[in-house]
Design a protein around this ligand. Structure first.
Ligand code: GRF
Length: 216
């Protein structure tokens, strides 16, 4: 038996791309058997695109402001992904909610990272510092990061993995965001590995990572 063909991954970004960087690092260290085949941004000039270029990953910009509806924007994204023949998608700080045509075309093959412990503190309007402010306002003692599969409903897909962060008494949204981001960088590669190696079993909203023989 030959080595199976590496899956091709597209990473969708809108900003700094520190999660993209964590994925690039893990792929370059051969911790995840994938090829990063495309970094696609909805905003021109963002730093994530520069990170991709530095590592020789093809980039594309599809600016959402040039479309009259989110459906048309999402269809343009879908066409670009299909043209690049990607197998898997990672949303990494991608600040748009894709229309259902995208998750429908890639069922259980799209990951998103969210800076809180879903299913709490997710959904429409819950992004950036708003999430961390909501966590602090709720009085929760723990927050964290979640990687989940993307379905048509924002932040509602099956959870693949989570990492915990203790909320400190003197935390601000900014200080909490910083510690959560460190956890994001650790768990995103782990989640992508399960899709790349097809070791994720999904039953409804519950998922389970199947250990390979040499990991048991
Ligand atoms: C992260 O906190 C991620 O959870 C959220 O947006 C932020 C993106 O950060 N969706 P970066 O662009 O990966 O640095």
């Amino acid at each position: 038996m030959g080595t199976p063909k590496k899956k091709k991954v597209a990473v969708l970004v809108s900003g700094g791309g520190s999660n993209l960087q964590a994925l690039i690092h893990a792929v370059n260290k051969q911790m995840i058997p994938v090829k990063l085949g495309l970094v696609l941004s909805n905003k021109p000039g963002v730093y994530a695109l520069k990170r991709a270029e530095r590592f020789g990953i093809p980039t594309a910009v599809i600016d959402h402001t040039g479309f009259s509806s989110n459906e048309d924007f999402s269809l343009a994204i879908l066409k670009r992904l299909q043209a690049a023949e990607v197998d898997l998608l990672c949303l990494a700080g991608f600040m748009r909610i894709l229309a259902p045509c995208v998750p429908e075309a890639y069922p259980n093959r799209i990951l998103n990272i969210h800076p809180a412990l879903l299913p709490a503190f997710g959904g429409k309007g819950m992004y950036g510092l708003r999430v961390h402010k909501a966590v602090l306002d709720s009085g929760a003692k723990y927050s964290g990061a979640t990687v989940h599969l993307v379905t048509a409903e924002p932040d509602k897909g099956p959870i693949v993995c989570q990492g915990l962060v203790r909320v400190e008494d003197d935390d601000t949204p900014e200080s909490l965001a910083r510690r959560v981001l460190e956890v994001e960088h650790r768990i995103y590669p782990v989640a992508l590995k399960t899709l790349a190696e097809e070791t994720l079993e999904i039953q409804g909203l519950r998922t389970r990572i199947i250990l390979k023989e040499d990991e048991r």
